[in-house]
Structure formats: structure tokens, C-alpha cells
Design a protein around this ligand. Sequence first.
Ligand code: BTN
Length: 251
Amino acid sequence: MAFDVEYVSTLMPERLIFWMESTDSTMADAARLAAGGCPSGTVVGAEEQTAGQGRLGRKWHSPKEAGLYFSVVLRVALPPEQLPILTMSVGVAVAEAIANSTGLVVDLRWPNDVLVQERKVCGILVQQQHQALVCGIGVNVADLSMPGELAGIATSLEAAGGSAVSREKLLAEILAAVDRHLDLLRQQGKDAVIRAFQQASSFTAGRRVVVDQGERQLRGITDGLDENGFLILWQDDGTRTVIFAGGVRPE
Ligand code: BTN
């Protein structure tokens, strides 16, 4: 069913929301809006993306009307080293919104993948653009079967829960949760975000994982997050390593 953006605007009348039939990537659309001076919180979304961007240069599968694909322009004064904290804060917010909207049990995989039944249902990408942060969120809502390379590692809310999910209500829940968690970051600082992430994620401590970093793979057991939100890994050779980037998966 086509997305009813008017309905979302009635739920959040203050919010500027642009919604398109199709776009290459909402990251590029949001960057243009940021360059034009749009207010913080402005949202741009689309029914499909023809060149959806994922983390680590990957593509984001964005079939028509099967997900929520949107970017939010955020104007928050944060030192650059706290960018990972912001992405974690958005991850916690989206996980909370999905759990509240669907009743599904949700997990978070560092740095910010949202999982249901151990498969990815949502990815988050944050980029610095024109003195703003553009936060892209992709949620698989209605895909019942994932294509080849995603089968087994991704799922959708409807495939996992077996019942219909209103994309409009979910978008409103996510935006409200992102606002709440940004307030928490502003008021209580990064430690509160790190604590919230650790509580919501089964991956941050005591989990055997492989970390893919392009040319190298690290294997070991996770041992919490450091004071900047980076993942600590005890590698099998006894080395304690701080993971700044990479894809984490259970071994
Ligand atoms: C990831 O790799 O986990 C991050 C995926 C982010 C996907 C979203 S969909 C909306 C926004 N537009 C994009 O092109 N990417 C992000």
C-alpha cells in the first residue's frame, strides 16, 4: 500500500517531511536539504531507492513499498569524536520504536544494526553533510523473501512477526524515539547512551564474534564498550583490541 505521508504529518504537525515515489538515495536528497538550510529534524523518504547506500560501501536493498527508507537532517553540536555515539543513540531509539510498534524482541549489533530473530531488519548510516548530520534509516518492513545474498542474514518485520505493520505509525514512533534519545545524549552525555546501548544489545559483552575489516578478520569474545562507544574484543591470541569499524557477526 502507498505511504500516507499526510497521516504522518497529522501525527507530527511540526515536522517537515518530504516523501517521494522513487529516488536514488535519500542520503543525497537530505544532503541537498541540509545545504539549503532546512531545520533540524527534517525528513526525506521514498517508496523505493534505486541506489540505496549501506555502511562500508555496500548497497541497501530498497524495493518499492516494502520498507521505510528515509534520512533525517540533524543539527546537533557534537565533537567529531562523538559521531559514533550519535549513531548508537539512533540505533537504540530505532530498536525501541520497533519493539514498541510490533511487540517483537529486538537486539542491537554494534555499531547500530537492529536485529530480530538474529537477522537484520534495520540499518543506520550517519554522514556529516553541510554542517549537519544526515542520519539514514532503512527498515525492512514487508519483504517476505530476501534476495540471494541477503537470505539468511536479513529479514523483515512482517516476515518475523507474521502480521501487518503500519509504515506510517512506525515512522512516527521512530522519529519520536530519536528525539527522546538525542535529548538523553544532550542532557546526560555519552555515558548514558553507552549504557542504554549495552542494555539493549546482546553483542557487546561475552559474545563470540568475527569482525570483518575488509582485508582482515578478527576473531574473539566481546568485552564491553570503551568510553567512546568502541567495541572491545579479546582476540583468540590474547590481544585486547578496540574495534573502531567493521562488520560484526556471530561465529
Ligand atoms: C547499513 O548498511 O546497515 C546502513 C543502511 C542504511 C540504509 C538507509 S535507507 C535510507 C537511507 N538512504 C540510503 O541510501 N541509505 C540509508
